[in-house]
Design a protein around this ligand. Structure first.
Ligand code: ZN
Length: 337
C-alpha cells in the first residue's frame, strides 16, 4: 500500500514524522484545485503560474513567487486527523481551498513582479515597513476602504494582505461585477489599481521566478503530535477571559432548579459553539475551547441553573458572542494567511 499509515488509529498516526508521510500534491485532490486556479489565471490572460508545494500552513514565503499549501490537505486521512485535532479543516472544501489559493496567488504575484516596491503601490496600499505589525491587527469592520474576501476583514491586517485580498476579489469576480459590488467604496480604487498592474503582468515576464520553499513538508522531521501541540498552543493565546461575575449574573437569576449550570452548558454546547463561530467568524477550535472553559468554570463555582430556563440560551449566546467580539476588538486578530 502506498500510504501504510492511512489505516493507523489517530494515536499511532500522531507519532509519525511529517516527512515520513510522503504526501504529494500530485495525485491528490489539490491537483484539481491548483489546475482551477491556473485556469482562472489563463482566463485573465495572465501567463505566470505560481508553483505550489506542501508546507505547514497556507502562505507564500517572503520574496518567493510560490504558494505553500498545508500538507494535511493532500490526503483524506490527514484531513480527518486535522478535523479531529482542530475541529475544522482550513481550505478543506473545494470552494474554501480556492478562496485561499487566490489570496496566496496575490502574494505570489507580488513576489514575482515586485509591485509592492513601487511608489504607486505604496500610495495605494500603504507603507509595508511602517505599518508592519508582524502578528496581529485591529480591524474596523465597517471600513469601505478595504475589499472583503477572507473572514475577519483580513485585508486590514497589513498592506501586503490588503493587496492579496484585492487581487483575490479581482480574480474571483468578472470586471463588471467587482465594479458594481464596490461602487462608491474607496476600495474600488485599489481594485482598479490591481487591474492596471495585471495589464502590465499580461505582457511582461516576472522579475523573480524561483524562490526558497520555506517549511517544506517533505523535509520536516517534526512529528504530527508536536505539530498539533504547537498549533493548539498558538490558538490558545486567543482565548478571551471568562468572568465569574458574568456567569453568576446569567445563572443565579430566579429560583434555582435541579440542573447545575455545567449540565446546562454541556447540553447547549453544540448550539452555542455553532452560533458563536458563525457570527464572530472565529475558529471553531477557539469556540469549542471557550465553551469547554465555561463548563469547567461553572463547575468550579458550583453554580446551579435557574428553574426557568426560557431566557438562558439567548443570554449565554449573547454573552459568548460579546466576549469573543470584545476580545477581538480590544485585543488583536492574528495574521495567518
Ligand atoms: Zn496573506
Amino acid at each position: 500500500m502506498e500510504f501504510a499509515w492511512e489505516d493507523f488509529p489517530d494515536n499511532d498516526l500522531l507519532k509519525m514524522r511529517i516527512c515520513d508521510l510522503h504526501v504529494r500534491i500530485h495525485g491528490s485532490e489539490l491537483e484539481e484545485r491548483i489546475q482551477q486556479l491556473y485556469h482562472e489565471l489563463e482566463a485573465r490572460e495572465l501567463p505566470f503560474r505560481p508553483d505550489c508545494y506542501l508546507g505547514d500552513e497556507w502562505f507564500s514565503p517572503e520574496g518567493s513567487p510560490v504558494i505553500a499549501i498545508p500538507f494535511y490537505l493532500a490526503h483524506p486521512r490527514l484531513k480527518q486527523l486535522e478535523l479531529h485535532q482542530m475541529l475544522e479543516v482550513e481550505g478543506g472544501t473545494s470552494e474554501w481551498c480556492l478562496q485561499i489559493l487566490r489570496h496566496e496567488c496575490g502574494h505570489a504575484y507580488d513576489h514575482a513582479y515586485q509591485f509592492s516596491s513601487t511608489e504607486a503601490w505604496v500610495e495605494i496600499f500603504g507603507n509595508r515597513e511602517v505599518e508592519y505589525e508582524p502578528e496581529t491587527y485591529r480591524p474596523r469592520p465597517y471600513s469601505k476602504s478595504f475589499v472583503q474576501h477572507l473572514p475577519n476583514w483580513y485585508a486590514q491586517a497589513h498592506p501586503d494582505e490588503d493587496f492579496a485580498e484585492t487581487f483575490a476579489v479581482w480574480l474571483t469576480l468578472p470586471v463588471e461585477e467587482w465594479r458594481a459590488q464596490y461602487r462608491g467604496w474607496k476600495a474600488l480604487k485599489k481594485l482598479e489599481f490591481v487591474e492596471a498592474m495585471m495589464e502590465h503582468a499580461r505582457s511582461h515576464s516576472p522579475l523573480v521566478v524561483n524562490g526558497r520553499r520555506l517549511w517544506d513538508a517533505s523535509r520536516s522531521r517534526r512529528t504530527l503530535e508536536k505539530y498539533y501541540a504547537a498549533k493548539r498552543k498558538l490558538y490558545a493565546e486567543d482565548f478571551p477571559d471568562i468572568y465569574d461575575a458574568d456567569l453568576r449574573a446569567i445563572f443565579e437569576k430566579g429560583e434555582p432548579g435541579d440542573e447545575t449550570a455545567a449540565q446546562v452548558m454541556r447540553r447547549l454546547r453544540n448550539v452555542l459553539i455553532a452560533a458563536v463561530v458563525r457570527w464572530t467568524g472565529q475558529r471553531k477550535y477557539i469556540g469549542s475551547e471557550l465553551v469547554k472553559r465555561l463548563v469547567s468554570r461553572c463547575h468550579e463555582l458550583a453554580l446551579s441553573a435557574p428553574r426557568d430556563q426560557s431566557k438562558l440560551l439567548i443570554e449565554l449566546a449573547a454573552y459568548l458572542a460579546t466576549l469573543v467580539t470584545n476580545h477581538m476588538h480590544t485585543g488583536r486578530f492574528k495574521r495567518s494567511y
